[in-house]
Design a protein around this ligand. Structure first.
Ligand SMILES: O=C(O)c1ccccc1NCC(=O)[C@H](O)[C@H](O)COP(=O)(O)O
Length: 219
């Protein structure tokens, strides 16, 4: 995962086009009914076809049963499955094997000890996504909350561990986040919106530009 930008939670052809035109490497489609970014299967099929060949398509699922995995894979034909719930290492391995697709597992980070949760997934996942923990409110979404965590917590992470950084990133703070964490991949949703679920083409472009400049400065 080198110098990659993922725009997550795209749900209209227009904003997807904005992300693709601005050079997003990965585009994420959320399959979670309570989310303002949720895409139905027909829309997901249409959006992933629009993105095909221009960016990697990611389908985001939360504690999916086999049927939810199957229908999402069948409709969206994604390049990658992002798991954003409480999937155990064993369940992740099952999903990866049944779908025959790479998996990126999200981990919520609030304190240094949260990084210990990564170890049991070694060899069972293809990519690591480090995100803020969701608010304790029972109605809160498992992700896409626009909250960041203390990036300095990643200082103790083995430099050989490659990860995608997410959680509260914006066009204004992504350069600092990349500089501090030396992350080679970033993911954003809320920070490129003008309201819940409403992606803003200008913010998408500004985010990608800022991330690219910061990646270039790492070398
Ligand atoms: O976006 C959602 O609505 C969502 C719902 C359920 C699980 C995850 C969800 N989003 C995940 C993301 O958009 C990102 O991978 C990540 O959490 C960063 O989001 P943000 O802090 O909003 O940039």
């Amino acid at each position: 995962m080198d110098n990659l930008v993922k725009i997550c939670g795209l749900s209209t052809p227009e904003t997807l086009d904005a992300a693709l035109s601005a050079g997003a490497d990965l585009v994420g489609f959320v399959r979670f009914a309570k989310s303002p970014r949720h895409v139905g299967l027909d829309l997901g099929r249409q959006l992933s076809a629009q993105a095909r060949g221009r960016a990697q398509c990611v389908v985001l699922l939360v504690d999916p049963d086999d049927e939810a995995v199957f229908e999402a894979v069948e409709a969206l034909n994604p390049d990658l499955i992002q798991l954003h719930g409480h999937e155990s290492p064993q369940r992740v391995a099952e999903i990866r094997s049944r779908a025959q697709l790479p998996v990126m597992k999200a981990f919520g980070i609030a304190e240094h000890s949260d990084l210990a949760a990564l170890a049991p997934y070694a060899g069972k996942i293809d990519h690591i996504l480090l995100d803020a923990k969701p608010p304790r409110d029972p109605g809160a979404l498992p992700g896409g909350n626009g909250l960041s965590f203390d990036w300095r917590l990643l200082n103790g992470l083995d430099p050989k561990v490659s990860f995608m950084l997410s959680g509260g990133l914006t066009p204004d703070n992504v350069a600092e986040a990349i500089r501090l964490t030396r992350s080679k991949a970033v993911d954003v949703s809320t920070g490129v919106e003008s309201g819940p679920g409403l992606k803003d083409p200008g913010k998408i472009e500004a985010f990608i530009r800022a991330a690219r400049t910061a990646f270039a400065a790492q070398h």
